[in-house]
Design a protein around this ligand. Structure first.
Ligand code: FES
Length: 112
């Protein structure tokens, strides 16, 4: 079962694109060549990408154009990569960010 639009009335069919595999949080998933990581995760039914730095609330795709930074993941060992701007690649390893250091807390600006 896929959540992809395989035959779009304007963009056409994507069914012929080569399939590639990648990992997200230790799951092996399938993507289409040319998809962003965010689109591939959404197509695999994954909406929770990370947790909020302070509250731990689930975060996912919000703007899908690189502005909000809600889709940050660790990708191939690099933390803070925006899934909506990153093309998925064969063998890519993506992981959720559970908690980031909070610079505001360390400077006394943020108070609980
Ligand atoms: S969803 Fe907003 S930056 Fe990726």
């Amino acid at each position: 079962m896929t959540n992809r639009i395989l035959d779009h009335p304007v963009l056409g069919k994507i069914d012929g694109e080569p399939k590639i595999s990648f990992r997200f949080n230790h799951q092996i998933l399938t993507a289409r060549s040319g998809e962003t990581l965010a689109a591939a995760l959404l197509a695999n039914g994954i909406r929770r990408l990370r947790e909020h730095e302070e509250s731990g609330a689930p975060r996912g795709i919000y703007c899908n154009i690189g502005h909000c930074y809600e889709c940050r993941l660790t990708v191939d060992g690099k933390t803070g990569v925006r899934a909506c701007l990153t093309l998925v690649k064969e063998g890519m390893i993506a992981e959720s960010i559970e908690k980031l250091p909070t610079p505001l807390k360390n400077r006394g600006i943020y108070h609980e």
